[in-house]
Design a protein around this ligand. Sequence first.
Ligand code: FAD
Ligand code: DHB
Length: 392
Amino acid sequence: MRTQVGIIGAGPAGLLLSHILHLQGIESVVLERHSRDDVEAIIKAGVLEQGTIDLMNEIGAGERMMKEGFRHEGIVLRFDGRDERIDFPSLTGGKSVMIYAQHDVIKDLIKARLDSGGDIRFESKDVSVYDLDSTEPKIRYRDKEGVVHEITCDFIAGCDGTQGICRPSIPAGVLKVYERLYPFGWFGILCKAPTSSDELIYSMHERGFALVSTRSPDIQRMYFQCSPTEKIDDWPDERIWEEFRARLATKDGWAPKEGQIFSKTVIGMRSLVVEPMRYGRLFLAGDAAHVVPPTGAKGLNLAASDAQILARALAAHYQSKRSDLLDQYSDTALRRVWKATRFSWWMTSMLHTFPGADEFQHRLQLAELNYVTGSRAGSTTLAENYVGLPIE
Ligand code: FAD
Ligand code: DHB
């Protein structure tokens, strides 16, 4: 069979790309290795930038998000036992973020695709890509019944995340890889408890970073810095709550509202960018091309901006026979990717305790937090990056 754009991966990047293309009259086929139930259940991100909120609304997939999501107009930075708030609207010309779980974004996008006749092939196995530097790149895969299919495409979008097959299919030596590993991870929990705070709390503490987030009035999402090799079994619920109480304590005796913990995960932290985000007619988007540590809440949002930039370039190709935007795709996307990479690295460095760090380092981090929260210029830098920079 033939399609215009073959898309590997039904994460935020692949689904958004497929739906934006559909609205521009461009057909695509999405191949996803997991079942629909599985992709709709993976617990990941929760913070949508203003541009991602706007995109969901523009493509007609934002209705449930607007009803059930929570608009947050600021975050709290907690350090030295006190709270300092960064107010987004007053620092960014009215912008804010939305707390809405990634798996809900995925559910809404899958529904939008399928309701408009979209072709998503779940449980596609052994996906591989060929002839990437020809005008007819191809995808081969095995369906759930074991039958092998080949799809000839005009273009292929590699939206298959960090563990996908698209990036490794590019010949050795073509991509330059920039990477930074961090000597810690995050221990993430979901619990049944009332909301502890109206806004997210990013807490810097000598025992390590902690983050208070939320999913709904009765489900809370929280993280604390841990070793990258931390064992979940070493963390019974009471030990987890003790750690949160210690790292989140303020001079006024603040403590999180506790409840039954029903999910525990350890997440590794790294920064990675590959350049260019293209090889022949294969375009990489989202985590397939770059990974950020979660502190800046940027991963899903970068997947969304890549999808937007790529869709615009493909639309220019099909509607006006222009190749310039496709040729510029990698440079345009990478400008925004590197800014988000810098922001995520900066938030991570400012808020975490580095193994072996001395009191001098701790004092510098406190000074930086005092500067960021005490200066309008400092607060604006954080706010405008957090709500999301424009695509340039
Ligand atoms: P993915 O979501 O990884 O999707 C890729 C898809 O491709 C998957 O469905 C996968 O099954 C499929 N696939 C892979 N290989 C193949 C194959 N061979 N064949 C077919 N299909 C394949 N980001 C934020 O913006 N804000 C946050 O608050 C935030 N918090 C986070 C918290 C945690 C705990 C984690 C883990 C991540 C967080 N992120 C956050 C990052 C965000 O979740 C990712 O950056 C985002 O999922 C990237 O989207 P994607 O579409 O590029 O890739
Ligand atoms: C969440 C995740 C993040 O990485 C972050 O910076 C803020 C919130 C969350 O999952 O809610």
